[in-house]
Design a binder for this molecule. Structure first.
Ligand SMILES: Nc1nc2c(ncn2[C@@H]2O[C@H](COP(=O)(O)OP(=O)(O)OP(=O)(O)O)[C@@H](O)[C@H]2O)c(=O)[nH]1
Ligand SMILES: [Zn+2]
Length: 454
């Protein structure tokens, strides 16, 4: 195969390639180059004063947009693959354009100076929720421009909140906390990642070329334009995004005169949804929601931000391998992080450096009550100029006994605490639950049944 670079012709699809599709031309454009004839990216000036002077993010390769794209990657984060599958399966037209009527935000977040600051927001599109309004003409002309953020509202119900009402820790106000079943009114913002590569590189203290080359190499060479198009500075990576849960009127978040309670939470599916008791994730999340509701009821604002960074962004498979190593090797707090490092090479890949972007987008300048003990979250937030006035650890009575190992290891490694920091010797004594053998459980159960029968 030969590669022609001018004009955009690409390579011929090999005749022996399986399932040659009639949906696409026989020429496959593997990549593009800045000087190629016809290549004319839509101007995009990250950090410009407003959406129109910034320009829309155009990432689609469909039709003529291939020449006008100003971003690398694809919409939808990790769901871009499902989108491709739907097209491959014939369920979705490759040139489909969404009908965005009535999809506008339920609350108009006011413009913040950070939206026009290319150092404050580098991992999401500050105008991603407002494209229907900002880029009407382009949409009407048939351009494929998509929202990367969405704002909606909902009611949610949490068992722990119902418990808090029952125990007198929260009062039903009929507006924020609707009733004693734990029903709460909430405004939600979903955001997909949109990276301004020079800004992301700067946050990690690497040069842009190194970041681009590393992303290219370690995604199986999936995004060659990271290498061939240094003029394209924006990348929509195939990773999960975040959701903001706002309790109380959203306009209060940016108001420095009222208090703000904030929990930044990273996904832990096993605990958050299924309530496994090996970690403190769901209890801290529920505590965060309770305190956010309380702050909103007191005339302030409560915010919980949920990031899709399962297993400290190592993924659930790695996490379960670590759990096995912990349970088989003797689960003690002194070895907690070593077990992860043995399997993943590092203990954490969450890179909290990008996390504060959403706080700046919301217009947060200070956090009165930070519901987190993490030094990494704290330092990342404070480093970008947001003040944290008080840090609130998870209350002791909310810590499941099997997760003492995790919490004591975290405190030892630098997590904030108002309690006692254990010595190295004491850490070896903090033990998690061992595994019972299935055979033993089954035997004792059958013995029981046997006894009951006679
Ligand atoms: N790899 C790995 N990940 C874990 C383990 N235990 C918990 N996690 C993950 O650790 C993350 C915990 O995130 P958070 O609940 O935000 O807590 P944190 O950042 O440690 O700090 P706090 O804000 O103080 O709660 C989640 O992504 C969990 O899935 C473990 O043993 N191994
Ligand atoms: Zn967890």
């Amino acid at each position: 195969m030969t590669m022609s670079t001018d004009p955009i012709e690409g390579v011929e699809q090999p005749s022996d390639s399986p399932g040659t599709s009639t949906r696409y031309s026989k020429h496959i454009i593997l990549t593009t180059y800045p000087g190629q004839s016809g290549i004319e990216p839509v101007p995009l000036e990250w950090g410009a004063a407003d959406a129109k002077s910034r320009g829309p993010i155009v990432v689609s390769r469909s039709g003529n947009l291939l020449k006008r794209r100003n971003a690398i990657g694809a919409h939808g984060g990790s769901y871009s693959i499902y989108n491709a599958l739907a097209i491959a399966a014939g369920d979705l037209d490759a040139d489909f354009r969404p009908d965005l009527r009535n999809s506008e935000p339920t609350f108009n977040f006011p413009w913040q100076p950070a939206w026009a600051d290319k150092t404050k927001i580098v991992s999401l599109d500050p105008y991603g929720h407002d494209i229907v309004n900002q880029f009407k003409q382009e949409l009407e002309a048939g351009w494929d421009i998509r929202p990367t953020m969405a704002v909606t509202r909902a009611n949610m119900k949490l068992a722990e909140i119902a418990e808090d009402v029952k125990n007198g820790l929260l009062e039903v106000d009929g507006s924020i906390l609707v009733d004693s079943s734990g029903e709460v009114r909430v405004t939600k913002v979903a955001a997909e990642p949109v990276w301004y590569l020079p800004g992301v590189a700067e946050r990690f203290g690497v040069d842009e070329g190194t970041l681009r080359r590393t992303l290219f190499e370690h995604t199986g060479g999936s995004y060659p334009e990271l290498i061939t198009r240094p003029d394209l500075k924006t990348f929509l990576p195939p990773i999960g995004g975040l959701t903001v849960y706002i309790f109380g009127p959203p306009e209060r978040i940016a108001d420095e005169n009222v208090k703000l309670a904030l929990r930044v939470h990273d996904e832990c599916n096993g605990s958050d949804v299924f309530q496994s008791d090996i970690c403190t994730c769901r209890p801290y999340l529920a505590f965060g929601i309770r305190e956010a509701v309380r702050e909103a009821q007191n005339g302030g604002s409560g915010v919980v931000i949920y990031f899709r960074k399962e297993g400290r962004a190592l993924g659930e498979v790695i996490k379960y391998l670590v759990y096995n190593a912990r349970k088989r090797g003797g689960d003690t707090a002194d070895k907690y992080f070593t077990r992860t490092e043995n399997i993943a090479g590092v203990r954490d890949m969450r890179f909290q450096a990008l996390m504060p972007d959403i706080l700046h987008w919301l217009g947060i300048k200070k956090i009165d009550r930070m519901l987190s003990m993490s030094n990494m979250k704290h330092d990342a937030i404070v480093d970008t100029g947001i003040k944290i006035l008080e840090r609130i650890p998870i209350p002791d009575e909310m810590i499941p006994s099997d997760s003492r190992v995790e919490i004591d290891a975290k405190i030892q490694s630098g997590y904030f605490t108002t309690g006692k920091k254990l010595t190295d010797e004491e850490l070896t004594q903090v033990k998690g639950r061992g595994w019972e053998k299935w055979e033993d459980i089954a035997v004792s159960r059958s013995t029981l049944l046997f006894r009951r029968c006679f």
